[in-house]
Design a protein around this ligand. Sequence first.
Ligand code: AMP
Ligand code: MG
Length: 320
Amino acid sequence: MKNLKLILSGLIVLALLSGLFVNNFKKSREISSQEFLFDTLCTITVYSKNDADAIAKAFDRAAQIHRLADFYNDESEVSKINRAKANEDIFVSHDTMNMLALAQEIYEKSDGAFDISIAPVSRLWKFDIDNPVPPLDEDIKAVLPLVNSKALLLDPTNMAVRKGIDNVQIDPGGIAKGYAADEAAKTLQGMGVENALIDFGGNIVALGENPKTENKKWRIGLQTPFAPTGEYSEIAEVDKNRAVVTSGTYQRYFEYNGTKFHHIINPKTGYPAKQSYESVTVVADNAATADCLATAIFVLGKEKGRALAKSCNAQVYFLP
Ligand code: AMP
Ligand code: MG
């Protein structure tokens, strides 16, 4: 009897110890992988089971969205829309329809500060080439009437898009990375991953809990504009399943005759939005919304931007 008790208590201690071991093993387990998509470095870090397979599937999903939204590839759905004539039916995938529908929603809510039909203007600014020159004012004025999301008609029942005016074109640069980060997160979840951090060039989804902090919240550094990457001005504490997206002048710009020209365009003027800050970070329920909001709020300014963030259950940070 005494022996049995001894064996039993020994077994209990062993079970407790092995439990601790497994727990610690789970805590320290972290797998990270990177790919270059959307013209930016995309990182997925997973803190739970099914890691490598799940990460590969999540990147496949992101690459699928990249192919649909690739502005520079003639085969993409975005290019098909951009080539189409007015009143032509362009049949699109659910992903493209989802992105366009969200873009329209934020266009309305931001009073046109976010406008996915910015393409005719953003193309003129040539942020994709080395050492561009600012476009001529007359060239901007000539295409500005084409920047008009009201001329993009969505027919979700038939999964079709129509343009009200010829030459209206879309530039998904302000939404696609965020949308892809959300879809990558959903893919990970579908594969049984509970905790992960998805970072697609500053479009971050904090999936589940952070196993490395006491309070389980995620701590996201807000990059100091124009400082070396990884130098942070502030740390945002983020709850589980929230997204953090930054739009900044320093992310894409060129200098000409001593003046900086950045890539966040005011759709009303066709010129880079002039503000007293260099970046806007938005924390929202998903990265696609945060992506649109960050761009929109950059254009809107602090006061209107804060009001827009509030109406979308989002927090906003401005950095000088
Ligand atoms: P983000 O990278 O999210 O800050 O968005 C900026 C990108 O979105 C630019 O590189 C353009 O491709 C596009 N863009 C610029 N200005 C706007 C705007 N006002 N509304 C929607 N998209 C924009
Ligand atoms: Mg954006």
